[in-house]
Design a protein around this ligand. Structure first.
Ligand SMILES: Nc1ncnc2c1ncn2[C@@H]1O[C@H](COP(=O)(O)OP(=O)(O)OP(=O)(O)O)[C@@H](O)[C@H]1O
Ligand SMILES: [Mg+2]
Length: 303
């Protein structure tokens, strides 16, 4: 099918107040990415299986601008409870922006403006009455580079309990062990819990950061390329851990590594230039996606 060539309302000089209805989605979706690159709206292909899941997080018509540049375009997607969901797409497509919007880290960027909403277990994340500190306590976030605090392994893990005023040794000990076991790190560190976390290897530090996040019992765990600073062996261990988290935690992970997405996630969402393009069960996205554009991306033909 030919790509649409008409100018959009923004190009024809018609103001935003114009009654002109939004441009219809292109269907069938030949050259959907060309349409996106031309600034036209396209409808995301969201597989039925995604919609059948109970969501932990609902992203609802979410738009985000950095100054005048729009980085996210009307993203609507549920994130299933108790599953691992991977966000993939070329560099600059908005994966980190979307992830940071979930725990309102983008509030810290002065130029950011948003419309739409997100809900965490039904609670509006962007409700002006939302207490952002409390909101962030309900989520765990792990970044590209491991960021253990300059304190002992033990104190890193129980940090969230300490700031909530928990000082009972038995409680702290129990959470420390359970979280380190949950992060597949216990056996490696159980004899050195009171040594500095900075003495751990990069891969151990990243699993420690995941243990620290788990200790706070987050409703959702946000991971932004958690293996990109790790060597292949450490990456393998963190990937094994993410697979073990399946079913026990709701995880939203950004990765540009297709093998990692296919190995570790239940669902995969493909983003392009700030839009959600296709979102479905990982096996379908990798073996029989609806869109040829998705297939081209996941098989490494562009990006
Ligand atoms: N603080 C910021 N101020 C202005 N523009 C930003 C800011 N952060 C990100 N952007 C822009 O928003 C777009 C999306 O960036 P983002 O970092 O979310 O992409 P990404 O998909 O995570 O990319 P990568 O795979 O390279 O990490 C890019 O065009 C980027 O330049
Ligand atoms: Mg990023």
């Amino acid at each position: 099918m030919q790509a649409q060539t008409e100018a959009g309302p923004e190009k024809s000089g018609i103001s935003e107040q114009s009654p002109t209805p939004p441009r219809p989605a292109v269907d069938p979706p030949a050259d959907r990415l060309v349409e996106v690159a031309a600034g036209r709206e396209v409808t995301a292909e969201v597989h039925g299986a995604v919609l059948g899941e109970t969501p932990v997080l609902e992203i609802d018509r979410f738009n985000l601008w950095y100054g005048t540049k729009q980085a996210l375009h009307r993203i609507t997607m549920p994130i299933p409870h108790g599953k691992v969901t991977a966000l993939v797409g070329p560099s600059g497509c908005g994966k980190s922006t979307l992830l940071r919007s979930v725990n309102r880290l983008n509030d810290l960027v002065a130029s950011v403006r948003i419309t739409g909403d997100m809900r965490l277990n039904g609670d509006s994340i962007y409700d002006p009455r939302m207490d952002v500190i409390e909101l962030r306590k309900r989520m765990g976030m792990v970044f590209q580079k491991p960021n253990p605090f300059p304190m002992s392994i033990y104190e890193n893990v129980v940090y969230s309990l300490r700031i909530d005023g928990e000082n009972c040794r038995a409680v702290l000990d129990e959470v420390c062990e359970a979280s380190l076991r949950g992060a597949a790190l216990w056996d490696e560190v159980k004899d050195r819990l009171h040594e500095s976390a900075l003495g751990l290897s990069g891969g151990q530090q990243q699993r420690l950061c995941i243990a620290r996040a788990i200790a706070a019992e987050p409703e959702v765990l946000l991971l932004d390329e958690p293996c990109s600073a790790l060597d292949p062996i450490a990456t393998g261990k963190v990937e094994d851990l993410i697979q073990e988290l399946r079913g026990r935690y709701s995880v939203l992970i950004v990765t540009h590594n297709m093998q990692q997405a296919s190995r570790t996630s239940d669902y995969t969402a493909f983003m392009y230039l700030g839009r959600l393009i296709e979102y479905g069960p990982t096996t379908d996205i990798f073996t029989k996606p609806i869109l040829k554009e998705t297939e081209a991306y996941v098989t490494g033909r562009f990006g």
